[in-house]
Design a protein around this ligand. Structure first.
Ligand code: AKG
Ligand code: FE2
Length: 356
């Protein structure tokens, strides 16, 4: 199952890492059509507003104004930057650094530690480019994709042991992120007048979380390729930990792309398609993409939280009324995720297929 996208060049003639290592120009299959090309690297960056999670759960007037900030940034961007989230900067740095170390290992070493999860979708599905549409444009990245929640669903054999702190650090980060996600889901339920634990209950006891390390090696033609093509996430909610040293994240807002310069050690949190459906479109799952860099590698870690796969999701009853008719059909989470990947590869948004 895939939440953001799933393209990886592992298994192709030359992987992205090999092309980058050899300083080769991106092959034709990576070159985007003109209208999809990245913004000029010199175009200005835009701030996504930040929300202080401690204030959000304080009492008094500062709480109200922080809630208002959350509402307006979700309205306009579909994203917010969470600060004061309680996760130590040193843990955030460590997560990025073990991810980076993993991608610096030799190909043999990487595959040894994570044969199935490395460069492939979950459950040993085939490498995407071999299965996807013939004319798909490939992304300039390599990925490590691991289920982290529920804990008893982890396939630990796929979790790298090199660097040797990898598993402990990913575990610790997952636990902390899970707390943050629950806080955010509560705040979002409050914003739309649902019971505070509405979204948490909808996600269910067996809600899933997947961690995806995205690694973007330098690219000799960053003007022609994308690190991850334009998409919205198929998750319920996503927490992105961006590279603290290199920008490369872009968001579509009002039909225009914006380059984002994240606050150091903030978490970039966005609504995913599942919350868009559950909220009957009050929260919108934003379209975003990643771009590459001529000289610098870039890494990010996306954590996708999704509802239990066997659950059916749909708009909350109280958010459907005569002035706001039902916008989405009910759908089983598993069915949504199954169609997500192919739609992504074809440049389509799955959410469009569940509109009433
Ligand atoms: O690497 C990034 O900045 C974006 C990653 C992303 O959108 C994803 O993994 O779904
Ligand atoms: Fe994404």
């Amino acid at each position: 199952m895939a939440y953001g996208n799933g393209s990886s060049a592992e298994g192709k003639e030359k992987s992205v890492l090999e092309l980058a290592r050899d300083g080769e120009e991106p092959p034709h299959s990576y070159v985007c059509s003109e209208e999809d090309r990245p913004l000029d690297a010199s175009s200005p960056t835009s701030p996504i507003p930040h929300v202080d999670l401690q204030l959000l759960f304080s009492s008094g007037p500062s709480k109200e104004s922080e809630m208002e900030k959350l509402r307006s940034t979700l309205d306009s961007w579909g994203f917010f930057q969470a600060i004061n989230h309680g996760i130590s900067s040193s843990l955030l740095e460590k997560v990025i650094s073990v991810g980076r170390e993993f991608f610096h290992l030799s190909k043999e070493e990487r595959q040894k530690f994570s044969k199935r999860a490395y460069g492939k979708e979950e459950d040993g599905l085939e490498t995407i480019p071999q299965n996807g549409p013939q004319d798909q444009i490939l992304d300039w990245n390599d990925q490590l994709y691991l289920q982290v929640i529920p804990e008893d669903a982890r396939k630990l054999d796929d979790w790298p042991e090199n660097p040797n702190s990898f598993r402990d650090i990913l575990h610790e980060y997952t636990m902390e992120i899970n707390d943050v996600i629950h806080l955010v889901l509560r705040a979002m339920a409050n914003l739309v007048g649902l019971e505070e634990d509405y979204f948490v209950r909808q996600f269910g006891d067996k809600a899933t979380a997947h961690a995806r390390f995205n690694y973007y090696p330098p690219c000799s033609r960053p003007d022609l390729v994308l690190g991850i093509k334009s998409h919205s996430d198929g998750s319920g909610i996503t927490i992105l930990l961006p590279d603290p040293g290199v920008d490369g994240f872009e968001v579509l807002k009002d039909n225009q792309w914006f380059r984002i310069h994240p606050i150091r050690h903030a978490l970039l949190i966005n609504v995913g398609d599942q919350i868009e459906i559950m909220s009957n479109g009050i929260f919108k799952s934003p379209v975003h993409r990643a771009v590459t860099n001529l000289e610098k590698e870039r890494i990010s870690l996306a954590m996708f939280l999704a509802a239990e796969v066997d659950k059916e999701i749909g708009p909350a009853n109280s958010l459907v009324n005569t002035s706001r008719p039902r916008l989405y059909k009910n759908i089983k989470v598993k069915d949504y995720l199954d169609m997500f990947l192919l739609n992504f590869l074809e440049g389509k948004r799955s959410i469009d297929f569940v509109k009433v």
